[in-house]
Design a protein around this ligand. Sequence first.
Ligand SMILES: [Zn+2]
Length: 398
Amino acid sequence: MILAHRIELDPTEKQKEYFRQACGTARFVWNWALEEWNYRYDLGANTDACEIKRYFNSFKYEAFPWLKNIHRDAHAQPFAALGKAWKAYFNGEVEGRPQFKKKGKCRDCFYVACDKFSSSGKTVRLPVLGQVKLREPLRFTGKIPSATVSREADRWFIAMAVEIPQKEVHPPSGEALGIDLGLTTFAVLSHGRKVEARKPLGRGLERLRRLSRAHSRKRRGSHHRQKAALRLARCHRRIANMRRDFLHKFTTKISKNHAEIFVENLNVKGMDRHLSRAIHDVGWSELRRQLEYKSLLNGSVLTVRDPFYASSKTCSECGYGMEVLPLSVREWTCPACQTTHDRDVNAAINLKQNTVGYTGINAWGQEGSGLAGTASETGLVEPGTLPWVNTHFHSQER
Ligand SMILES: [Zn+2]
């Protein structure tokens, strides 16, 4: 299993200057490669990242001599990242073609490959720079295949990918848990607890808007504008930290206390834009990324099921399926077995068992909800094959 551990760096002024240059280089190479790729693509030529990289390498030091000051990993990796971005576009996973990166608008980062760096204690050894101080030591031990250095507002971070050997762990003793995710209540657990989301963006949004307006009022290129941009970036960072903190506490507790965890597979991409922002705000995909690796670390089993398992319309006691159950109905009583259900808790219970898709005969002599399939052929996704595994790390690369 590969985990990414992100640690804040404590660089000297000279090192910060190198970081800035390396980020600028990575951005420059990405833009150069994208322009070349666009040109070939629009001509109808078939091309790939390797071909464009070879072409670039054939003259790069002659045309751009300043590249020599920056370690070559920083100018090699954007080709791979761009190749991935085009692949995602060709496969229909993203809507638009890859975009140019604009200074100040894009994420500043650059890449370092495995044999070029090492970490011990509270330092990391980076190519060209040598020792750079870390704010905390690396928490995991294992082979480190790569790392990405990135900037958030005025701080620098390194995300190191660490290959953790799979250890034998005793699964936690707690019962199976279904987690139903919602927009109004962040998560409803099958044993009845409701977890309210911290929606820092909702609360911090006004401040964010104000800072953003202040930023756009300042003259382009001015010192004041730079300072306003920094204040805006800090606000974004605070919001991101609050969100991360809430999710980490929640997922750690769950993965340490339940042998089996069931969540619903949400297709965030298919939802409309407005809704997606709300989802992003409450951090569903981040929740699943964390559950995925923490369940592996703690010995619990995470199962991701098709959304229809989280059915609110099926009785989790007897499998009876209601024809209609309007969204406004928060509580209902099953006509077959007389059990009274909380809408969301019932859905969470359905997630962890096979009530949905139940085709037996219910108490009324009718067939159950009859939704197609059984667990083995529909909802189950093998742990470790999930698309969001280490998405944090991959997004660092992009
Ligand atoms: Zn029932």
